[in-house]
Design a protein around this ligand. Structure first.
Ligand SMILES: Cc1cc2nc3c(=O)[nH]c(=O)nc-3n(C[C@H](O)[C@H](O)[C@H](O)COP(=O)(O)OP(=O)(O)OC[C@H]3O[C@@H](n4cnc5c(N)ncnc54)[C@H](O)[C@@H]3O)c2cc1C
Length: 464
């Protein structure tokens, strides 16, 4: 039975990824009744953790960035409300160091001006080019990240700092992603300060003056899956129905009705005052098409990158590199197929048995779509060879885990913000219908939680 709340409106939420579950949690805190329907047998969507043979492997996100500030830190509020503070882990400070491959060798990304001058990651020409940055004017039209970075910082920064970062976060390419949509905070610095360097100095001073802590990378003792599982467990009984695939939504006497099917052939319909669709763009388009062909078309224009993630475990003694960092990224000009590897067991404790280490590697993305179709042995072989070359590894891994995503990470390409606006406009006259997932307003787990909290406010306001 769903616990009754006197002022409780009933909100149907489709999808139990972190977007749907966060929305459900914050709606429930605001007195709504919630009912979350999830197609898969488990909650969490892209967030999934596997524990096997003494290793704890993330199949999706390994960590998320908790930012300071009242609005940004919805994930901090969520963690506390769920009573998870003592299960939260902050990444090892060594994780501040990030490596990038250049000429086949790992180079640490410089973290200070002297380190920047000394690094072999960038040539002297690239370093001198940076002196021009404060004098370059603002962009006039919407630019890709590549156009934005090349204009402000030069080609080498694009290839050896930004391109690998974009592959690592979006599994995409800066040549397609929109600077305004995909890296809004950096784009905003140009708009406000006219220069990234001047902006970084001003922001650094302001943060120091306010005594603000920097953001921190977080996870949980038993991995990222702790978060969605805790939400599902703490919502009232019967709030979350796994194994229920929603096949249709339609307006119904001032509210919304949805139809679902189960794997055992069971079918049903449920009614709510509002409905939140918290699904990837293509799945959202399927449900929306009967209501608005225009919205469905715009949603289908939002691509999701394919990716293969792998956990590889080794005995510590097999690896020459100290693994003293977050991980490493591979710029495309290096000609290595893997996108990079995270040093998972350096970041958080309990990820590998004693005297062993765990590395999480990635292959695929929008520049290598064929990778998801490769056989298991081929991808494992490819990644193991790339890790061996970059980190000096002897012998085979002692542990392997592989996950394929056909459509994992939404691509905020040129025109993305216009597409999102078009979707909202096309659905404007459908009161009580809300779309909330990582294809809009930020892809990180922390973004999804923040947006889930904001959405709860909007839904409640719509009842006033
Ligand atoms: C491999 C990978 C690595 C990542 N790494 C990081 C990282 O390190 N840090 C970070 O912050 N973020 C990372 N992300 C991004 C972040 O994990 C995702 O953006 C976020 O988890 C997406 O959550 P969501 O709820 O919007 O969507 P999803 O997690 O996709 O959830 C959607 C849910 O809807 C369900 N569903 C689909 N169709 C239906 C239907 N018809 N009826 C009912 N249910 C349905 C799905 O089964 C799924 O559970 C990563 C993502 C991936 C894939």
């Amino acid at each position: 039975m769903i616990e009754s709340v006197s002022d409780g409106r009933r909100v149907l939420i489709i999808g139990a990824g972190i977007s749907g579950l966060s929305a459900a949690w914050f709606l429930r805190r605001r007195g709504c009744q919630v009912r979350v329907l999830e197609a898969e047998p488990r909650v969490g969507g892209s967030i999934a953790t596997e524990r096997r043979d003494g290793f704890l492997v993330e199949l999706g996100p390994n960590t998320t960035l908790q930012r300071p500030g009242r609005e940004e830190d919805a994930i901090g509020r969520l963690v506390s409300q769920l009573g998870l503070d003592d299960r939260l882990l902050e990444a090892n400070p060594a994780g501040k160091k990030r490596f990038v491959l250049r000429n086949g060798r790992l180079q640490a990304l410089p973290g200070s001006p002297p380190a920047f001058l000394a690094t072999a990651l960038f040539s002297w020409r690239a370093k001198l080019r940076l002196l021009r940055e404060p004098f370059i004017g603002r962009g006039k039209t919407e630019e890709t990240i590549a156009e934005f970075v090349e204009r402000r910082l030069g080609r080498e920064f694009l290839d050896y700092a930004v391109d690998p970062f974009v592959s690592g976060v979006y599994a995409g390419t800066p040549r397609e992603l929109s600077a305004r949509a995909a890296v809004p905070r950096i784009h905003e610095i140009e708009s406000r300060y006219g220069s990234l360097i001047r902006g970084a100095i001003a922001l650094g001073k302001a943060a120091k003056g306010a005594g603000m802590p920097a953001g921190r990378q977080i996870s949980f003792d038993e991995g990222m899956a702790v978060l969605p599982e805790a939400i599902a467990a703490k919502l009232p009984e019967d709030s979350v129905a796994t194994g229920h695939r929603v096949t249709a939504i339609e307006p119904s006497s001032g509210g919304w009705e949805i139809a679902w099917t189960r794997a055992d052939g069971g079918q049903g319909r449920e009614r709510g005052d509002s409905v939140v669709i918290a699904l990837p763009a293509a799945a959202t388009a399927d449900l929306i098409a009967p209501l608005s062909e225009a919205a469905a078309l715009a949603l289908r224009g939002i691509d999701h990158a394919p990716i293969v993630t792998m956990g590889l475990g080794y005995a510590r003694a097999q690896i020459a590199h100290p693994l003293d960092g977050f991980g490493f990224l591979v710029p495309r000009p290096e000609g290595m197929r893997s996108l990079g590897g995270l040093f998972s067991s350096t970041l958080f404790p309990g990820r590998a048995p004693e005297d062993h280490v765990l590395i999480t590697g990635f292959i695929g993305g929008t520049t290598d779509r064929e990778a998801v179709a490769l056989g298991d042995e081929e991808v494992f072989g490819r990644l193991a060879a790339d890790l061996a070359a970059a980190l000096g590894i002897e012998g085979d891994p002692v542990f392997r885990s592989l996950t394929r995503y056909e459509a994992a990470i939404p691509q905020y390409t040129l025109g993305h913000l216009d597409r999102v606006e078009e979707i909202d406009r096309a659905l404007d006259d459908h009161a009580g219908l809300f779309l909330r997932a990582s294809w809009r307003d930020g892809i990180s787990v922390a973004d999804c939680v923040r947006n889930g909290e904001k959405l709860a406010e909007r839904v409640v306001l719509s009842y006033k």
